[in-house]
Design a protein around this ligand. Structure first.
Ligand code: ZN
Length: 352
């Protein structure tokens, strides 16, 4: 093939690849389109479809994915993405913005916290998923192959689940394979503009067991951040706006939108955190509130049996602050009751 022909062929291939729709949502330069991403059914549930909006600019730029509703009753993210598209003028966009409005429709429809209602698995623990797996695994596989594998950056938005009171933070994986992915993810986290940036130090997982959306993205070379803002399935207008403003900041940082991000003045880094787990089945009575400081060995809460007897006193493994705490009574051994975080002014120092 002559060089000029080879170049033309290559350009055609690139253009047609990038013009592939996301599900049924077309890529149309200068337009906002909507559609559905199909997830085939299986033995444990019928077909599922994820609502998707695609906003494409006329100029070249990055392809960025924004996800909400991985957990189906986390409503601040879902409501934030519901009206985010009307705040983005396609004429101002460079590249393509893909918004997955409700990433876990079965959990949304049936209002289940943490888990999918048909396979009782946590969608954010089964990534990258399996094409022939259970319902949550099939959804994860569709998001991995049809969204994550086609973007350069991803933002996965969460909040405190139906039983969780939470103080906000944005997180990135500092141990992402490839220093470049970690650095790009860190820059996105800072651009969001939140005052707490969690530095996730995850052990390297096998590529087929990355569990979380953000780890999955990072393992595939996609810069990614997680956002946590909001509590107990409550929809507060100011929290919805804060999420939207943060997302617009990250899009500006990525040059998908014009302007400069309004980064936080002096963010603190959550350089360590530890989950506090239940040791018994019973009723949980927290002794702390989200955001308060806590000393190592201080009481986090008490588990009692149905008649009032104390089954366990749960104490803090660290001196730090309460990042989130579950606030409703039911508990079973092994489930997370709270998370304690440690803040530092810098994330530059290597951790033990
Ligand atoms: Zn979540």
């Amino acid at each position: 093939m002559r060089p000029i022909l080879a170049l033309a062929f290559l350009l055609t291939a690139v253009c047609s690849a990038s013009a592939q729709p996301f599900g049924t949502a077309r890529i149309a330069p200068g337009e906002r389109t909507t559609g559905w991403l199909a997830v085939p059914g299986g033995a444990d549930g019928g077909d599922v479809r994820l609502p998707v909006t695609v906003i494409t600019g006329k100029e070249a730029g990055p392809t960025v994915a924004i996800l909400a509703g991985i957990h189906g009753v986390e409503y601040v993210p879902i409501v934030a993405l519901h009206s985010l598209p009307i705040r983005i003028d396609p004429a101002a966009v460079r590249g393509t913005i893909v918004i997955v409005h409700i990433a876990n429709p079965p959990a949304f429809r049936r209002r289940t916290i943490f888990y999918g209602p048909d396979d009782w698995k946590n969608l954010n623990r089964v990534f990258p998923g399996k094409a022939d797996g259970t319902q949550s695994e099939r959804i994860a596989h569709a998001i991995t192959t049809q969204i994550i594998d086609r973007v350069q950056a991803m933002i996965d938005v969460h909040c405190g689940d139906g039983n969780e009171e939470l103080t906000p933070y944005v997180s990135f994986s500092a141990d992402a394979p490839g220093a470049d992915v970690a650095a790009r993810s860190r820059a996105m986290a800072l651009a969001f503009g939140m005052s707490v940036v969690k530095v996730s130090r995850d052990p390297q997982r096998k590529a087929d067991a990355t569990q979380y959306t953000t780890n999955t993205a990072a393992a595939r070379g996609v810069a990614a951040i997680g956002v946590e803002l909001g509590s107990r399935s409550r929809v507060a207008r100011e929290e919805v706006e804060t999420v939207q403003n943060g997302l617009l900041n990250v899009l500006r940082h990525l040059r998908a939108l014009p302007g400069e991000p309004a980064a936080a003045e002096k963010p603190m880094f959550m350089t360590a955190s530890q989950s506090v787990r239940s040791t018994a089945e019973g009723l949980w009575f927290p002794a702390v509130q989200a955001g308060q400081p806590i000393a190592k060995e201080a009481l986090v809460g008490t588990i009692r049996d149905p008649f009032g007897a104390v089954l366990a006193e749960i104490r803090s493994p660290l001196t730090g602050y309460v990042v989130y705490v579950t606030t409703t009574p039911p508990t079973v051994a092994g489930e997370t009751l709270a998370s304690i975080g440690v803040l530092a002014e810098s994330d530059a120092a290597p951790l033990p």
